[in-house]
Each structure stands twice: as structure tokens, then as C-alpha cells.
Design a protein around this ligand. Structure first.
Ligand code: BGP
Length: 491
């Protein structure tokens, strides 16, 4: 008997803005990622603009903001890695064939909002965009691969950011509703698994993680944006079910396992509150359809007063998700004591855990943390779960003969697959696994290409030089074997 259920979904995950490229092709409008430069683990990505006097400028994506009167702009002399991505737009047939060769039964991808609605507030969609995704879904189905589609993956159309102030504005709910409904109608029968918002909890979780530097105003804005996204997500769930009762819709949470740094009861309590703020806050609203009791404490801590209508509360209650999905890369440590050794990767910060190993980008490899997370969450919501992102960002070397040996990646996956099997043995209803960046793509955090996650290598570097040729890494064959044996042969 296999440790994984018979119809367990094995696959990989990507996001439109990080892989499609073709940023201004066939009527697509720009997104914020198109005015975002490349960075590194120590140098932030910048967002570029022209100020009100016509001078070019940039601000850091980690905490900066667009100056009054400035307009987002693509400037000469900067490299914008998301413009080309890995050109999945033109390579999707070849890429899907490689996924099929590995044995994928599912593939997670996202729909670029501005490819369907270039500005975001149009009444009708861009037909070229619809055609592209329809072709991709058909291609997947041809290979018996079930699409798993994220509706929003960090790519609100730039026009909505500039003219409406982004998700702070309640109007965005209406625009997202139209976008989501268009997807459900146009791709009915082709797509059944949907995720409403990628890593929805990032907005407020990271405000807390960087040493309480965020102002009350930032919390106010973060929680209000989140509220609008919760309502939009609830609408999407209802609409998806109405259009096709076969549709299965999930939330998507950035899953980090938090540990207390010591057994000081103050650390234990801080750890619990960190789970509440970072992880449970969003999961509870999306899975249970209402704000948890501790939300009042979180809002009071930062003087947050939310605009929530009676209708919103009704919508949240009626729009609970069908499944819980999350990304999982690492765990982190929180403590009330002085931190002597701080780790900080591009999206993480916390005390160093002496029991764990860290990647070149400061992310802790912790498979037990995945088992812990799965068991905690399943116990809380008792809904089917999927791990829709997991993996190791690493630098790969291409040998003279073209081969790529990545034993570090295989080791990472072995322990995580084993952790999932253990969680299943303990009763968790885990239904699928889609490792992140199954084909190398642009890093969301740093914009680098050299932070590679793939089983498939893409010949492209951080300066945008390369042939875009695809090749199989050693991990490609390992994952193929893993899938073929339904997770049993992971040696
Ligand atoms: C998650 C995002 C992905 C992805 C991944 C890896 O936060 O959902 O879009 O990129 O992290 O992060 P990075 O690309 O920064 O290594």
C-alpha cells in the first residue's frame, strides 16, 4: 500500500508574471512587476518612476513608496526581468511536454490579470488573452494534466495601482469580481481547481516580521486591503460554484512554521500570537467565513478601524473556500529575548535555529516544520489540503556535457515528501503537491534567475542573456521516479 492516496495530484507550480514574459504582447497591459528591477539577496528590487518634474527615480520595494505626483515608468539603463520571464508565452507546448514526461498530473499556473483586462477596469476582456490561456489549458488536458489556477498572483494591473490606489480602494473588489467571473465562464470545463489570492497573508504578516518597524498607518492600510481581498475571494467562491458546481476553490496562504526561541512562557505566548497574526487570521476568515475573536486584539494593537459592512460579513460567511492550500519553504523562530544571531532571507526574518541548515538566501530547510504545519492546519479546518509551493532556491552549475547535478535539491525534496507521507499517516487529508518553480523562473523576492528552483533548467541569466533553451537536471529524473511510484520510491 502506497503512503499517498491513489489519485494524489503530483505536479509543479509557476506564476504568470515570473514565467510568461511577453509583457507587452497581444494587448497585455503592465503590472507592478513590469516596473520592478532585478535585485539580489542583499540589494532590494526597485520600482521605477518619473517624478512630477519629469526626472527618473526609483524606490525600494521593501518599504518605499511612490512620491506624490510621480508616475510608474520603465526606464532606460535598468533590467526588468519579468518582461521576458522564461518566455513561457511562446514555449508552453515544449514546457508542458516536459512536465508530462515527468509524469505531472497537475500543473499550477496563474492568469495575468492585465493580459485579460489590460487596465483592470474594462467591461470586456482582451480576446487574445483568453485565447492564450484556453490554448494552454487544452494543451495540459491533452497530456492529462489537471490545471490548478491562481487568479491573483501578485500582479494587479498597474493602471489600478495608479488610478485607484490598488487594494486600498473598495472598487478593486468589483474589478476582481469581473476578472474572476470571466475566468470561470471562459474556462468552464477546462479548469476545475482555483485559488483566489496567492499568499494573501503576506500583506500583514511581513509587517510584523521585520522588527515592529511598521507604523500604525501601514497596519491600517494592510488590514483594509486584506479585508477587500477577503470579500473579493468570497465572491469568487460563490460565483465559481454558481457557474460550475464542479469547481473547487481554495485559499492560498504563505505557510511558515513559527517556533518559540525558548521555553519562557512569554516566548510561548508570543509564538501563539505570531501564528494568529501571520497564519490563522487569513485562514480563519477564508475557511470559517468570519473574523476570529483574536482579530479584535490585533486591530487594537495598531489602532486599526476597518470599514466592514453588514453585506461584507454576509458575503464572507457565504464564501468559505473548499480547500486550504499553502506554500511552505521554511520555519522561523520568534522570541522576546535578545536575538544574538539574526537570519534574514528575502522574505523572512527571525532568530537563527541552530538545529537547521540555511540556503544561500537564508531560508531554513525544515521538513519537520512541514509535517507540523500540515497537522496543525488540518486539525483546525478539516478541509482537504494541498502544498502548492515548496522547494529550494539554489545556484546550479551546467557541466561541459550539459548535465546539471543538483543533489542538494533532491535531498530537500526527499525529506519534504517523507514529511507529507507522515502527515497523511497521521490523518491529514493531503490531496496534492506542486513544488515551486518546477521550471526555473524569475525569483519573486530578488528578481534573480540564478536563484533556481526547477527540475528543468532554463538558459537565462540575471542580465537577461541566454538562449532560453530548456534542459533536464538530475532532479528531473528523481521527481519522475517519485511520481511514478506515487511517492514511494524517493531514494
Ligand atoms: C512565494 C511566491 C512565489 C515564489 C516563491 C519563492 O512567496 O508565491 O511567487 O517566487 O515564494 O520565492 P522567491 O522567488 O523569492 O525565491
Amino acid at each position: 500500500m502506497s503512503r499517498f492516496p491513489k489519485d494524489f495530484l503530483w505536479g509543479g507550480a509557476t506564476a504568470a508574471n515570473q514565467c510568461e514574459g511577453a509583457w507587452n504582447v497581444d494587448g497585455r497591459g503592465p503590472a507592478l512587476t513590469d516596473v520592478t528591477t532585478g535585485g539580489t539577496v542583499s540589494e532590494p528590487r526597485y520600482i521605477t518612476y518619473i517624478d512630477k518634474d519629469g526626472n527618473p527615480g526609483k524606490y525600494s520595494r521593501m518599504g518605499g513608496r511612490l512620491p506624490e505626483g510621480a508616475k510608474y515608468a520603465v526606464l532606460d539603463g535598468y533590467h526588468y526581468p519579468n518582461h521576458e520571464g522564461i518566455d513561457f508565452y511562446h514555449h508552453y507546448k515544449e514546457d508542458i511536454a516536459l512536465f508530462a514526461e515527468m509524469g505531472f498530473t497537475t500543473f499550477r499556473m496563474s492568469i495575468s490579470w492585465s493580459r485579460l483586462f489590460p487596465n483592470g477596469d474594462e467591461e470586456t476582456p482582451n480576446q487574445k488573452g483568453i485565447e492564450f490561456y484556453r490554448d494552454v489549458f487544452k494543451e495540459l488536458r491533452k497530456h492529462n494534466i489537471e490545471p490548478l489556477v491562481t487568479i491573483w498572483h501578485f500582479d494587479t494591473p498597474l493602471y489600478l495601482e495608479e488610478h485607484y490606489g490598488g487594494w486600498k480602494n473598495r472598487k478593486l473588489i468589483e474589478f476582481y469580481d469581473r476578472f474572476a467571473e470571466t475566468c470561470f465562464r471562459e474556462f468552464k470545463g477546462l479548469v476545475k481547481y482555483w485559488l483566489t489570492f496567492n499568499e494573501i497573508n503576506n500583506t500583514v504578516m511581513f509587517l510584523n516580521m521585520f522588527g515592529n518597524k511598521a507604523s500604525d498607518e501601514m497596519y491600517q492600510s494592510g488590514y483594509q486591503q486584506l479585508h477587500h481581498q477577503f470579500v473579493a475571494s468570497a465572491h469568487a467562491v460563490k460565483k465559481a460554484h454558481e457557474i460550475d458546481p464542479e469547481n473547487i476553490v481554495g485559499c492560498m496562504i504563505c505557510g511558515i512554521t513559527f517556533y518559540p526561541g525558548t521555553c519562557d512562557p512569554k516566548d510561548i505566548l508570543l509564538n501563539r500570537h505570531t501564528w494568529e497574526q501571520g497564519i490563522y487570521y487569513c485562514g480563519d476568515v477564508q475557511c470559517k467565513g468570519k473574523y476570529p475573536t483574536f482579530a479584535n486584539r490585533l486591530w487594537a494593537e495598531h489602532n486599526v478601524k476597518l470599514d466592514i459592512t453588514e453585506q461584507d460579513l454576509k458575503d464572507l460567511a457565504e464564501g468559505c473556500v473548499d480547500m486550504y492550500t499553502f506554500s511552505y519553504y521554511m520555519s522561523t523562530v520568534v522570541t522576546t529575548h535578545e536575538i544574538k544571531d539574526m537570519v534574514s532571507g528575502n522574505f523572512s526574518a527571525g532568530a537563527r535555529n541552530e538545529y537547521l541548515k540555511y540556503s544561500d538566501w537564508g531560508w531554513a530547510t525544515d521538513a519537520d516544520g512541514l509535517q507540523y504545519y500540515l497537522e496543525m492546519i488540518y486539525d483546525r479546518y478539516e478541509k482537504p489540503i494541498m502544498v502548492v509551493e515548496n522547494g529550494l532556491g539554489a545556484i546550479d552549475k551546467v557541466e561541459e556535457d550539459g548535465s546539471i547535478h543538483d543533489p542538494y535539491r533532491i535531498d530537500y525534496f526527499k525529506v519534504h515528501v517523507d514529511a507529507m507521507a507522515k502527515a497523511i499517516e497521521n490523518g491529514v487529508n493531503l490531496i496534492g503537491y506542486t513544488p515551486w518553480g518546477c521550471i526555473d523562473l524569475v525569483s519573486a523576492g530578488t528578481g534573480e534567475m540564478r536563484k533556481r528552483y526547477g527540475f528543468i533548467y532554463v538558459d537565462m541569466d540575471d542580465e537577461g542573456k541566454g538562449t532560453m533553451a530548456r534542459s533536464r537536471k538530475d532532479s528531473f529524473y528523481w521527481y519522475q521516479k517519485c511520481i511514478k511510484s506515487n511517492g514511494d520510491d524517493i531514494a
